[in-house]
Design a protein around this ligand. Sequence first.
Ligand code: TXA
Ligand code: MG
Length: 339
Amino acid sequence: MNSAAASCPDDIAAAVDRLRAGGLVAFATETVYGLGADAGNAAAVRGIFAAKGRPADHPLIVHIADSADMAHWAAELPSAAIALASAFWPGPLTLILRRAAHVADAVTGGQDTVGLRCPSHPLARQLLAACRAAGILGVAAPSANRFGRVSPTTVAHVRAEFGDDLMILDGGPCAVGIESTIVDVSGGGARVLRPGMIAAGAIAACVSVATPHATDVMPRVPGALASHYAPSTPLVLLGEAELVRRAVTLTRSGKRVAVVATPATLRQLTGLPHLAAMRSAAHEPADYARELYAALRELDASEADAILIETPPAADDWEAIRDRLARAAAGAGRHTDPP
Ligand code: TXA
Ligand code: MG
């Protein structure tokens, strides 16, 4: 269970037992690995915060087996919620709804809303269906990383965060690779709180989306902190010309540099000394997202003094990737001077 692939029925049953006993289980989803607890058990949910080192007022997403269970967790189901759930579930979308009275503060961070997501990964679906049969109607799960760190997209990443004692359901590398799109439908319309691979344009094609006003009170969203998803090596986002200039200057001064850039940009760096790593940026946003967090971890481990990443395209379908890179850059190398 702990290291080998773990999608057999025995492993699912063992995971359900552990969740019923108030324990934690990490599991694959299509976005990133989650660190789950029975969402109906406040003490178990508090265990997630202790394990992650996450501030207690940051709400968690409740993962459900079926959209029929929305009504258990939400006080009301606005038409936008129903439209989005039927368009995008199961899948990488989280809906923020007014919470039902029984939902624990530990889950909602004391807010009057609850985040719900019905994931599409077959392993997550098996787990949630088995939980449901055992009377667990939702699994509260943040990404299975310590607070502020890069989200895990493989079992090895989860192990690197939490060690060998944690039970992990291994569903292989995550196909989407970055966290779900979060849409707030608690206030009537729809507002995108966190961009994801279901792009804002796809949400807007389905329901009417409100543009946030400067005076809006935004809910607390840890993924919305300016610095998040952060490697420990300083990371800078640069356009092509500036990236090449910076790589030349840094390597000339003896610094080791890791670079993610388009093949055309990388060609201009051929022959530079002190390159700790070079990665070719994927051409398609879906491929870029799938590889992103593994790449950040790998570059972080390359012992570079700086990670230079070429700014991705400005188009809508790259928004979530630009968002994660900007937050990674803002949080990276907090204990080191930027290059
Ligand atoms: O793809 C995902 O969403 C992954 C997988 C495991 O499902 N989960 C994930 O969880 O990214 P986490 O905790 O790392 O991020 C959840 C986000 C946070 O930014 C949290 O603040 C927001 O969801 N959230 C949860 N409930 C909320 C609520 N009631 N109001 C506003 N934001 C909420
Ligand atoms: Mg997270």
